[in-house]
Write a protein of this length. Structure first.
Length: 245
């Protein structure tokens, strides 16, 4: 579906008291899921799965089963917040880069509240590393979560950690919608910069991020993601040919 259709799906579910989980696979996540049944199961468990990667959209078209467009988590953080503000819904942010000086999670909350008057940001939590493996830290997070009672949660912890954390939190909040948004909280805060719009449209956003953070992303993009993208495209062509024959 398109991004507006995805937002409408979430809002309609919230109106009827049904929660859910949005997973936004990109090429890196697709590569991980190919190697691990456990990680594939995390994607399959999503109530709404959208393609956060141009190569996935290209492959769908080559295979003859086209997706209408890329629906990225870093875009959904804006469009879902706008729709939530129109309805007076409650939003919480979980994750982002731990930085006591910059506080990107709190900054992201401020940005959203200024952009969308009427939005109720009821939590901006950036728990310490390992919080999900520490019983006391986890209980503290759940207590804050239950007290805030958000309708919508952005979890920016990276795949697969954010999906595992979401699965656990959903037990306490069956009526809440969760978005695993990766670096989306940092982008909201301006802690990291997104590529220009034309690069997002043409599927070259990854080159911008690589140039911005070569030490962190070179191995991931060049060793894992580029070969996976080529593999996906080749498999899509073979699937299309097999279907024609």
């Amino acid at each position: 579906m398109t991004e507006p259709e995805a937002v409408a799906r979430v809002m309609a579910a919230l109106e009827t008291g049904r929660g859910g989980h949005i997973v936004t696979p990109n090429v890196d996540i697709a590569a991980a899921a190919r190697k691990s049944a456990d990680l594939r199961a995390l994607i399959d468990a999503g109530d709404l799965v959208t393609a956060d990667g141009a190569p996935l959209v290209w492959a769908s078209r080559l295979a003859g089963t086209p997706l209408p467009e890329r629906v990225a988590g870093s875009d959904l953080v804006w469009s879902l917040a706008e729709a939530a503000a129109e309805r007076g819904l409650r939003l919480a942010l979980l994750g982002g880069t731990p930085d006591n000086a910059a506080r990107p999670t709190e900054r992201a909350a401020t940005v959203l509240e200024h952009r969308f008057p009427g939005l109720k940001v009821v939590g901006a939590w950036c728990p310490p590393m390992g919080f999900d493996r520490d019983d006391s830290q986890w209980r503290s997070l759940v207590a804050r979560f239950e007290a805030a009672a958000p309708d919508l949660v952005y979890a920016g912890l990276g795949f697969p950690k954010q999906e595992r954390v979401i699965a656990r939190l959903r037990e306490a909040a069956p009526r809440t919608w969760f978005l695993g948004c990766g670096a989306g909280i940092d982008f909201l805060a301006g802690y990291r910069r997104r590529a220009p719009e034309w690069m997002r449209r043409t599927g070259t956003e990854w080159t911008y991020r690589l140039a911005s953070e070569p030490g962190r992303l070179a191995r991931r993009y060049l060793r894992d993601d580029v070969p996976e993208a080529l593999r996906l495209l080749a498999e899509a062509v073979r699937a299309r040919r097999a279907g024609i024959s």
